[in-house]
Ligand binder design. Structure first.
Ligand SMILES: [Zn+2]
Length: 412
């Protein structure tokens, strides 16, 4: 659809695909010091080649800027883990990879933890728990299986109607069996198979029979299909460096764009479910319960990421005491105690949730820049175009807002 004009940039774009593969491979063996040499050498070469390119076309400039951003952020992350003389403190490091003010934002959210919501939610869980039916019975599973074709039909018609999915889009949808410990849903971009976890269905004893409420099944289907799958199908014809692959999503700079897009899709699902409560046979209380739970889980994620960085500070900043610091900012001795005795994850362990944690903020950054440029009203009136624009290309969060603006102006 969009092609690179500059010849040198075209070459760089092709070799960057190999770098993404190398990066994904090395990330799984950071302990290997030889791997670090290979990685650093490759980054150096790519950077100096990138610096020698001076493209004139606007699209080419975006592509180059994006490659540079990916290289810079990924090298910073790798150095944080593997360079014993790494120069940034954890707060400065998180600002360098997620944007200025990120540490302050994490700290602020940590201080303003949603305790009241958690309190009410725990109480509701107790009441709700008494009505829950076991998902492993035949009766329950039959009910869930029966809804699968309806979910697929609903998702496809919503996605195509709002411009997220191309008109000929299709996928396979399978229900995973119930499993202890939870089974994650997964969109496979190669096979176009969507496996939906059984946890998406909640079963209740109502009167003498069992009822199923597919609240989270819808929410998850929106995340995976209206989010990830739509992002993929809109980006297939893009240049290598911004087209969808499993490897590209392992770049730290890209993870937040990818998950921000899918989080935006999840948010659409809450409106959709609310409007279709009676057709989907979901009770309003159950909707509220799950809606609040989603907010609580998001808060947990922020807080774990923050705590993991505080843990890192203890090992990286001389004289820094995490226990004292947490007690001081939260005035919550029990929380400080939890950090000291029970919480032992470092940022390395929480890295997997980086995209989910910062995704919504980076998506909002893009929406704000677009609103300033085009006005909110224009975006609302051109909603389908905005959807295609924000789904075209897999960009670093730093370049994403400008890329979407460009798409708004240049999409056919
Ligand atoms: Zn996701």
């Amino acid at each position: 659809m969009f092609t690179i004009k500059d010849k040198k940039l075209k070459k760089l774009d092709q070799s960057i695909g190999e770098f993404y593969k190398l990066n994904a491979r090395y990330f799984n063996s950071l302990i290997n010091k030889f791997g670090r040499k290979v990685f650093k050498k490759e980054v150096k070469q790519l950077n100096s080649f990138a610096d020698s390119i001076k493209p004139t076309a606007e699209f080419d400039q975006l592509i180059l800027q994006n490659i540079k951003s990916n290289l810079r952020i990924q090298e910073t992350v790798i150095d944080y883990f593997t360079d014993p003389k790494f120069h940034l403190t954890p707060p400065k490091f998180i600002d360098a990879i997620a944007g200025q003010g990120s540490w302050m934002m994490l700290e602020k959210r940590f201080i303003n933890s949603p305790w009241e919501m958690r309190w009410h939610h725990t109480e509701q869980s107790l009441e709700r728990g008494q009505l829950l039916a076991n998902e492993k019975t035949d009766e329950a599973q039959k009910l869930a299986k029966k809804i699968i074709p309806q979910i697929k039909k609903d998702i496809l018609s919503y996605g195509i109607d709002k411009g997220y999915l191309p008109a000929n889009f299709d996928f396979q949808l399978y229900l995973l069996p119930p499993k202890d410990g939870g089974q994650y849903s997964r969109w496979n971009s190669k096979t176009k198979v969507f496996e939906l976890g059984n946890y998406g269905f909640d079963f209740f004893h109502i009167g003498k029979s069992i009822t199923v409420m597919p609240t989270i099944a819808y929410r998850t289907s929106f995340h995976e299909i209206i989010g990830h799958a739509a992002h993929q199908s809109n980006s297939v014809d893009m240049p290598f460096s911004v087209s969808f692959s499993e490897e590209i999503a392992s770049l730290t700079s890209v993870k937040t764009t990818v998950e921000g897009i899918s989080d935006h899709a999840s948010k659409q699902s809450w409106d959709y479910i609310q409007q279709n409560l009676s057709r989907l046979k979901i009770h309003q209380e159950e909707y509220n319960f799950q809606f609040n739970l989603e907010e609580i889980l998001a808060a947990n994620q922020y807080e774990y990421l923050f705590l993991s960085l505080v843990k890192d500070r203890e090992t990286r900043e001389k004289g820094f005491k995490g226990y004292k610091y947490i007690q001081q900012i939260t005035k919550n001795p029990m929380l400080a105690r939890y950090f000291k005795h029970d919480f032992d994850s470092e940022f390395y362990d929480e890295w997997g949730s980086f995209g989910h944690t910062f995704g919504p903020d980076h998506f909002a950054l893009m929406v704000n820049k677009l609103s300033r440029k085009f006005g909110r009203k224009y975006l609302e009136q051109n909603y389908n175009r905005f959807n295609r624009a924000h789904l075209t290309g897999v960009w670093s969060w730093e370049v994403y807002p400008d890329a979407v603006i460009w798409m708004m102006e240049n999409l056919p």
